[in-house]
Design a protein around this ligand. Structure first.
Ligand SMILES: *Cc1c(COP(=O)(O)O)cnc(C)c1O
Length: 391
């Protein structure tokens, strides 16, 4: 049976060129980068190169990129580190973020609320974007941090990051963005955008799992998160995962080389998919706006259908998609992101995220549409016969 992977926003396969770069760092060049002999020097040089590759992708300086174990760690570090250090300095206890963040941000904010921090969760417009005016209004004398994700992982909305960062800077407030979904999918220049801290992850850009990074602008003081040795300029202890860093670096280099083509190719496949689905299936809606959107994201609602049932039937046909974020896909709690868009609960339950990537072909899309047409018809037939939902 044909296997079609349409969940690139959950994770991506490691590209062969990336793996090839990583392999020597397991058995041959296995040294500890802190060691003062050749093995160590080789490993340290590899890390330098990887750091440089990641820095170039986002327009950062070399020493402004600190590797972490994943995107979630980068998010936790940026928020908790800033919150603790600025409260200690008496700068305030208020944080502004959005309702549509990844759980790595939302659950960290909840933990900070338990410590006495106050958090404002901005809503979004029907297109999935925040209103910069609302952000301005939410700022108080106590605001110490604004964290707005760059690109949403469920419905792909690209946020007005430049505007949000400018608003933060005007009031002398630190600005962080979770750019895990943006990296390699939209052009990013941290200097030009005015970003103070930015979270990244390798496994969403065809690199290995278990490695991420936090961009920390020179001049921003963020206390270390993992205490121990002097690795990562003394900011993040722990013997470096050299192969993973090398893989992240190579993935970043490829992403930079291929950015324009990648965006063009994904956009055209995505638009073709949406056009086909909406033409061949009735009562289908696209969630979020089309103008500022991740090039590979199509989040669709199929009326009169349970998303989980559709997902399982598609899986039986070899097609892998998601009901939203991987974290909530095993629970039946309706997506907080689609709820923030103002989509009613029954429609949220009929929603699926299709995310397209570099290995997706037009044939994959055609096969998926063909299956969708059949499965949606079958499921709607069942639900109308059983009358379970009153349709
Ligand atoms: C995947 C993802 C994360 C988490 O990254 P990990 O490296 O898996 O921890 C954080 N934020 C967003 C928007 C993501 O899509």
């Amino acid at each position: 049976m044909r296997q079609v992977y349409l969940d690139y926003s959950a994770t991506t396969p490691v590209k062969r060129e990336v793996l090839d770069e990583m392999i020597p760092y397991f058995c041959e060049k296995f040294g500890n980068p802190s060691s003062l002999y050749q093995y160590g020097e080789d490993a340290a040089a590899a890390i330098n190169k990887a750091r440089n590759q990641v820095a170039r992708l986002i327009g950062a300086g070399d020493r402004e990129v600190i590797f972490t174990s994943c995107g979630s760690e980068a998010d936790n570090w940026a928020l908790i580190g800033t919150a603790h250090s600025l409260r200690k300095k008496g700068r305030g206890n208020h944080i502004i973020t959005t309702q549509i963040e990844h759980h790595a941000i939302l659950h960290t904010c909840k933990a900070l609320e338990k410590e006495g921090f106050e958090v404002t969760y901005l809503g979004v417009k029907p297109d999935g974007r925040i209103d910069p005016e609302e952000l301005k209004q939410a700022i108080t004398d106590k605001t110490i941090l604004i964290s707005v994700m760059f690109v949403n992982n469920e419905m792909g909305a690209i946020q007005p990051i430049r505007e949000a960062a400018a608003i933060a800077r005007e009031r002398d407030i630190l600005f962080h963005t979770d750019a895990v979904q943006a990296l390699g999918n939209v052009p990013i220049d941290v200097k030009e955008l005015g970003i103070d801290m930015m979270s990244m992850s390798a496994h969403k850009i065809y690199g290995p799992k278990g490695i991420g990074a936090l961009y920390i602008r020179k001049g921003v003081v963020l206390p270390g998160f993992i205490h121990g040795g002097a690795q990562e300029f003394g900011k993040r202890a722990g013997t470096e995962s050299v192969p993973n860093m090398v893989g992240f670096g190579k993935a970043a280099e490829l992403a930079m080389e291929q950015l324009t083509d990648h965006i063009e190719r994904l956009t055209s496949l995505r638009d073709y998919f949406i056009q086909e689905v909406t033409e061949k299936i009735s009562n289908v809606y696209i969630n979020g706006g089309m103008e500022h959107r991740h090039p590979g994201n199509a989040n669709l609602t199929f009326d009169f259908i349970e998303g989980e049932a559709l997902l399982l039937y598609l899986n039986l046909n070899g097609i892998s998609v998601s009901t939203g974020s991987a974290c909530s896909s095993k629970s039946l709690v309706p997506s907080h992101v689609l709820a923030a868009l103002g989509i009613p609960v029954e429609r949220i339950h009929g929603s699926l995220r299709f995310s397209i990537g570099d290995f997706t072909t037009k044939e994959d899309i055609d096969y998926t549409v063909e299956c969708l047409v059949k499965v949606v018809a079958t499921l709607r037939e069942i639900s109308s016969v059983s009358g379970e939902k009153g349709w």
